[in-house]
Design a protein around this ligand. Structure first.
Ligand code: GLP
Length: 243
């Protein structure tokens, strides 16, 4: 794992944007695995800026997102489809028909999951997968558990995740209890992984995933066995890394 510590959130975002831009410029028809959450917002702002300045072109790229809440339509302001349109896709020259987010309203969720994995395979796999990190070590919505799933699947959200994400909803009862998430297989098959984290609240989990034991109770710890992972943190999130 390569760990890069930047001074603050802004520098972390800029550095992460640069990593992504390098991939897109090298391979214009690349497949970008994208993530939601508050952490990548700065990175997306930077990508919009670089796109407007003509320094990166998304016209041939395809994007595939990690996850979506079950029961929310793409028009719901807290759905991840809405988030991606609002924070990135509406502001860059990507072809919207090549931006993929699981359908949280799919009638047949099992089929939706199967099709999602087939889509990734048909696209030739993910060139770079961006990840945030949940306080409990989840990536996408792969929550701590005795067993982890390889494939895209329906999952129950952990109580701590529902609590953490309730800040975006009017009240905690409105937070969906289930989500569709890419599995660990989909994430680990990405050719390159870029994980970003910021703030003191992420310091403990970052130290655990970078230096702790590999365990299904900390899903992101599995990233230690991937051959090309870069973790970019700000000083606060990197504060408990020993090496
Ligand atoms: C959500 C998402 C994750 C994200 C995590 C952390 O639950 N499913 O993909 O990494 O929360 O979010 P934040 O960046 O807001 O801390």
């Amino acid at each position: 794992m390569k760990i890069i510590v930047e001074k603050n959130y802004e520098e972390m975002s800029k550095r992460a944007a640069l990593e992504m831009v390098n991939i897109i410029n090298e391979k214009p028809n690349c497949v970008l695995g994208l993530a939601t959450g508050s952490t990548p917002e700065g990175l997306y702002k930077e990508l919009i800026k670089l796109n407007k300045e003509g320094k990166v072109d998304f016209s041939k790229a395809t994007t595939i997102n990690l996850d979506e809440y079950v029961g929310l339509s793409g028009e719901h302001s807290q759905s991840y489809r809405y988030f991606m349109n609002d924070r990135l896709f509406n502001h860059i020259n990507v072809d919207k028909s090549r931006t993929f987010v699981p359908n949280g309203l799919a009638e047949n969720i099992e089929l939706e999951c199967k099709n999602y994995d087939e889509r990734i395979a048909k696209l030739g796999g993910i060139d770079i997968q961006l990840l945030g990190i949940g306080n409990n070590g989840h990536i996408g919505f792969n929550e701590p558990a005795d067993y982890l799933s390889m494939d895209t699947h329906l999952t129950d959200l952990a109580k701590s995740t529902i609590e953490a994400n309730s800040r975006f909803f009017d009240n905690i009862d409105e937070v969906p209890k289930k989500a569709i998430t890419m599995g660990l297989g989909g994430i680990m098959r990405a050719r390159k992984i870029l994980l970003i984290a910021s703030g003191a609240s992420k310091a403990e989990i970052i130290a655990k995933i970078a230096e702790g034991k590999i365990t299904t109770q900390v899903p992101a710890s599995i990233l230690q066995v991937h051959h090309d992972v870069t973790i970019i943190v700000d000083e606060e999130a990197g504060a408990l890394i020993r090496k």
